[in-house]
Design a protein around this ligand. Structure first.
Ligand code: RVK
Ligand code: MG
Ligand code: MG
Length: 345
């Protein structure tokens, strides 16, 4: 792939994640029934319309941690657990009010109080030793897919180890892996050709089946990412008949990785075609507007869906206003460029 296209995809991916986070955040925690599709349409129309005076839309923990991962990979040119953990802690204490998950804050406090003595223990102790299955590992994973876009095995290894700094439950780790694989495949797909959705899902299923066959802890069989991907396939076949309530019933919209990562992937795939009640020709906007319309963990689902869509289409698909109105877009753009320079030189 030519470097110019790759750079556009790297920028699209990280800016896509940022934009999803910033514009999903105002709706975080709203139930699907309370979100008006008409209001959401005018919210995005206004954002993309003539400039108006408004403060920047703030990013949340999703972007704060994504930034730490990108900076750590750029600085070390490899995964460095201590450096990454230090960056998470520093970032958290610099601004703890970015809407971090309720329990992950305990990990940061322990890191801080114990001077990062044992890098893996605080996360292992979460939830009485079962570890977190929240989507906090998956939400921040985009820079790792980019850093490892040439080497799948190294990429997955870094995903596992970086996730374990805060999330050790197998569903938390495998959710991060699924999101990383979804981005990995999107970066490597040609945006000039229509996406072969069946092939994309087949590839995701193949890859996650291998990951899930290596589970070293028993989890109930209904908690399988492979099952969730099969549901995505069936929902896509229904087109607009898969109304948002049905999508949330089948795939979820919560802070757990199992019930948010597949939802984000569905949003990206569903938005390849037009969607009822969403008036735009722009498939990136359609992706995040649809993600927000599902309610629940809107910042994270829109951010994860935005990262995949941005990695597929590239930066030019993301409306300039959305980029300009998102806090930190210059900084994130710079990180994407540096990551790309690093992996192409
Ligand atoms: C607020 C029981 C568990 C669990 C387990 C539940 C931000 C808990 C971001 C916990 C993201 C929540 C999100 C989040 C990221 C996880 N047993 N319940 N084993 N594991 N939970 O605290 O980084 O929005 O209810 O580890 O994954 O925008 O409070 O944080 O949406 O999942 O939070 O898990 O959160 P945490 P996180
Ligand atoms: Mg957040
Ligand atoms: Mg969230």
């Amino acid at each position: 792939m030519i470097v110019k296209m790759l750079k556009n995809k790297f920028r699209g991916c990280l800016i896509g994640a940022l934009v999803g986070d910033c514009f999903g955040a105002p709706y975080e925690g709203e139930s699907i029934s309370s979100i008006s599709r008409i209001q959401l349409q005018s919210y995005f129309d206004k954002l993309e319309g003539p400039p108006f005076l408004t403060p920047l839309y703030q990013y949340t923990d999703d972007t704060a941690m994504t930034k730490c991962i990108a900076e750590s990979l750029i600085q070390n040119n490899k995964f460095n657990a201590r450096d990454m953990a230090e960056r998470f802690v520093k970032e958290f204490f610099r601004n703890p009010n970015r809407g971090y998950g309720e329990n992950v804050c305990d990990v940061f406090h322990k890191f801080n109080n114990q001077n990062l003595e044992n890098l893996w223990k605080p996360a292992q102790e979460q939830f009485n030793g079962s570890g977190s299955y929240g989507n906090g590992g998956a939400m921040r994973i985009a820079p790792i897919s980019l850093f490892g876009f040439r080497d799948y095995d190294i990429m997955l290894d870094i995903v596992e180890n970086s996730t374990k700094l805060t999330h050790t439950h197998p569903l938390g780790i495998n959710g991060a892996k699924l999101q990383a694989i979804a981005i990995f495949l999107a970066v490597r797909s040609d945006p000039e050709k229509p996406l072969d959705i069946a092939e994309y899902i087949k590839e995701l299923i193949n890859k996650i089946s291998i990951v899930e066959s290596r589970l070293n802890r028993v989890v109930p069989s209904e908690y399988s990412y492979k099952n969730q991907l099969l549901k995505i396939h069936r929902l896509l076949e229904l087109g607009d008949k898969a109304v948002p309530h049905l999508v949330v019933e089948k795939l979820g919209n919560s802070v757990s990785a199992m019930f948010s990562v597949p939802t984000a992937i569905y949003c990206f795939l569903r938005a390849q075609q037009s969607i009822a009640d969403i008036e735009t020709n722009n498939p990136f906007r359609r992706t995040i507007q649809y993600a927000v319309s599902l309610g629940g963990d809107t910042d994270t689902i829109a951010s994860m869906a935005g990262a995949i869509a941005g990695a597929y289409y590239g930066i030019d698909v993301i409306h300039k206003n959305l980029q300009q109105l998102a806090e930190g877009s210059d900084m994130i753009n710079e990180l994407a460029i540096r990551l790309c320079d690093q992996v192409t030189h």
